[in-house]
Write a protein that binds this ligand. Sequence first.
Ligand SMILES: C[S@@+](CC[C@H](N)C(=O)[O-])C[C@H]1O[C@@H](n2cnc3c(N)ncnc32)[C@H](O)[C@@H]1O
Length: 271
Amino acid sequence: MADVSGFQLTGTQPERYETYAAPINTPFVTALLDAVDLWPGATVLDLACGTGFTARAVAPLVGPTGRVHGADINEGMIRVAREHHPRLYPDIEFTVAPADRLPYSDGTFDAVVCQQGAQFFPDLRAALTETARVTRPGGRFAATVWAALDRQPYFRAQHRAVEEYGGPEAAENLSQAFSCTTEHLTAALGEAGYRDTAHREVTFGVLLPPLDEYARDQLSAVSWGALVAEAGGDDALARAGDLVRDQLTSCIAVDGTATVPFTATLVTATR
Ligand SMILES: C[S@@+](CC[C@H](N)C(=O)[O-])C[C@H]1O[C@@H](n2cnc3c(N)ncnc32)[C@H](O)[C@@H]1O
């Protein structure tokens, strides 16, 4: 698997990702952008941009004199990113590209941000070396990756459900999202030539839509959910969603919504 990028979505999954990842992503995008402290006129890359949550949040911070780019290896993600492209701010240019072969000149960016992408790069050091190349000296880098799976109630419940209805390969695919340790990421940044590397944990109590449907729908929008659907179709997805909900009853309010803590590591560095 070393040369294959993780978290690959196909068919209508990128559209569903845009809808169902939003509640979980939003607070972490804010923390990530706070960490690079952008300014009007800055040129910024959203690396592994997916459907563009972070790039869209960057645009108003850099304003009409700034420039925003998003790069992702997945064509479906980039297609949806372009469809959700706002036209109010600097033009966001979304490009299909792998993290270790970026189509930008040396020193193009004032800042590169990467929200929940680094754990999926087949060669993290090569990707960060390439990121360093396209960042100007003194430019900023920030990334979030999930903290360990055993500290994530929602994903821990999902792991059990995915194992039951999708089997070990699906469970292993989920585990990859939680596989990037702080030590690994900070060491790779150092090897790629970054300095002043720092890290901290960020935890948010995230308000999720009613789990009766959301637990199934969110699962249908991630790569391990595709493996559950492959193993047992929509019925398996629905049952797995129910099993996620049933493990989280202590977090569920009377209206079915749930407030669940999610924890990520936020790593920053200077080029
Ligand atoms: C969990 S999604 C995160 C997407 C987005 N940053 C967000 O916060 O919603 C992980 C993304 O990493 C992308 N990815 C995986 N391997 C990649 C690679 N080698 N180069 C570029 N993008 C990659 C996937 O296509 C996917 O869009």
